[in-house]
Write a protein that binds this ligand. Structure first.
Ligand SMILES: [Fe+2]
Length: 135
């Protein structure tokens, strides 16, 4: 069962950002399906690395767009990104050492953070980008 079903409620009104969010959701769902045992032979650790790498790339895109319009909320938004990357790296390191969260816990954390971040911070950013004519 997919963990996140993409719908228009996740759209922030900016094509480039929406596309990247869809890729992130796709990677998350791939991991979710593997953990549900519906697909075997998936290297979960590799998918997590892929997810982290794509997330960092995606944050870079958002931060470039925010700079382009001198977005008032950029400092707070970038701080959220940095705190997330830091927390996820710590969780992955703990996971690698057999401590801390399970893979499922990590996945749920990633899912919940992503959904809440898209629906609040990214949507506010999308509104500002739209006002500046970026769609
Ligand atoms: Fe963001």
């Amino acid at each position: 069962m997919p963990m996140i079903v993409w719908s228009n409620q996740f759209s922030v009104g900016v094509q480039e950002v929406d596309k990247q969010h869809q890729v992130l959701v796709g990677i998350l769902n791939r991991l979710g399906t593997a953990l549900n045992g519906q697909v075997s032979g998936v290297d979960n650790r590799q998918v997590i690395d892929e997810l982290v790498q794509y997330t960092v790339y995606h944050f870079g895109t958002e931060e470039r767009l925010m700079r382009e319009i001198s977005y008032a909320g950029i400092v707070r938004h970038v701080h959220e990104h940095q705190a997330f990357v830091k927390q996820v790296s710590q969780m992955v390191t703990q996971l690698d050492h057999g401590q801390g969260p399970s893979l499922v816990e990590l996945l749920l954390f990633l899912r919940d953070w992503l959904v809440s971040h898209i629906l609040h911070s990214d949507r506010d950013m999308g509104d500002a980008l739209n006002l500046a004519g970026i769609r």
